[in-house]
Write a protein of this length. Sequence first.
Length: 176
Amino acid sequence: GALLLVNGGFYTEEYVATGLIISEGEVSGVSYQGFGGMFAVTDAGPAVRSLREAPYDPAEPLRDALQSFPLLLAPGGRVAFPREDGAQARRTVVAQDVDDRLLFLVASRGHFTLHQLSRYLAASDLGLDVALNLDGGPSSGFLLASATADEPLLHVPAFTLLPAVITVHEAAGSPR
């Protein structure tokens, strides 16, 4: 019943998330300290944030959250991955623009390094304020539902099992 399904953050060979995950208020894992970012949902809505600038506080009223790394754009749309690592791969990104809209992006062909993607997002006309890399490579997966149940609008299959995903559902009472 989700409108969108996308891969989550990094995990170990045992399929255990390397960062914090909160699902319907249930907390698991350990928060990253001083690096990475978090996609979080509160009663006020969803947001993407830098954990360096806004560390996780266990007292926060988060309904859902997922941590990943690296941060590709720091708040203000600044390049946050300044060094070239040379590793091109499929990439998945959750971002927030200057109007607080969320964007989920997938680069399914594996042409970007993290540095190239960081620079590309900063220079784009998307008006992004902050962007977070999700687990990429064979984990990149993206399913965008269509208005009919027949076939998805966009499907980029992940090439591996995913222990954590982000799902986006229609808000109660909102038009599809």
